[in-house]
Design a protein around this ligand. Structure first.
Ligand code: ZN
Length: 103
């Protein structure tokens, strides 16, 4: 078994790959974070949400498939917060944050 030289992630993780120095793709992706245009990414997310969200609040606005682990649970938590922030800013029909629904 091969392990990342930086974080010791094993190569048994699906879709993980290593560079020539033995650093895994997750570590390399993390290093790229400062180069990401987060404002543009947020704008794109809002555009997608606006395209698919329920127009009258009677349906689900999106589905977030999760494994139940801490990473995916955190994603749900952040999306719920983001949905409420977005709804407060852009949705004058109500302020209940109908971008996302908790189960
Ligand atoms: Zn790594």
């Amino acid at each position: 078994m091969r392990y990342c030289k930086r974080c010791v992630m094993p190569d048994t993780k699906p879709d993980l790959w290593f560079d020539e120095a033995g650093v895994c793709s997750a570590c390399l992706s993390y290093e790229q974070r400062p180069t990401v245009d987060w404002a543009a990414r947020r704008k794109e997310l809002v555009r997608i949400l606006d395209q698919f969200r329920s127009k009258d609040g009677s349906h689900w606005d999106c589905i977030v498939p999760v494994s139940g682990g801490k990473d995916s649970t955190y994603q749900v938590s952040r999306l719920l917060e983001f949905g409420n922030e977005s709804a407060d800013r852009s949705d004058s029909r109500n302020n209940e944050g109908h971008y996302f629904h908790d189960t």
